[in-house]
Design a protein around this ligand. Structure first.
Ligand SMILES: [Zn+2]
Length: 108
């Protein structure tokens, strides 16, 4: 059963991930703007392209995580979008922004 305590834990985890990703995206964007002389960000990339790819993927994750927060707020978190059943806790722990159960994840 997905209970309030579990959702609260997930929300905290999601909010932490959002904060971390926002900081990563910000520092990488800054890096792209001002060039390689600034090495103050913790992430190491081989190339400009890799950094851009990271930003793109992080922004996609951020979007999904923000949507997960919205679903928590409207009480729909952890419900499979396809079948309407509860998503497995293990799946939500591994992937807090999941919108479908394992069974329906392939079709999505
Ligand atoms: Zn499902």
């Amino acid at each position: 059963m997905i209970d309030e305590k579990f959702i609260k834990q997930q929300k905290e985890k999601i909010e932490k991930d959002i904060t971390r990703l926002e900081a990563d995206v910000k520092s990488n964007k800054k890096y792209l703007e001002i060039g390689s002389s600034n090495e103050d960000n913790a992430l190491e990339f081989e190339s400009f392209e890799e950094r851009q790819a990271f930003i793109k993927s992080a922004e996609k994750d951020l979007k999904e995580l923000r949507e997960a927060i919205k679903r928590i707020e409207i009480g729909k978190y952890g419900i499979c979008e396809v079948g309407g059943e509860e998503i497995e806790k293990g799946r939500l722990k591994a992937y807090p922004a999941a919108t479908t159960c394992v069974e329906h994840s392939e079709a999505h």
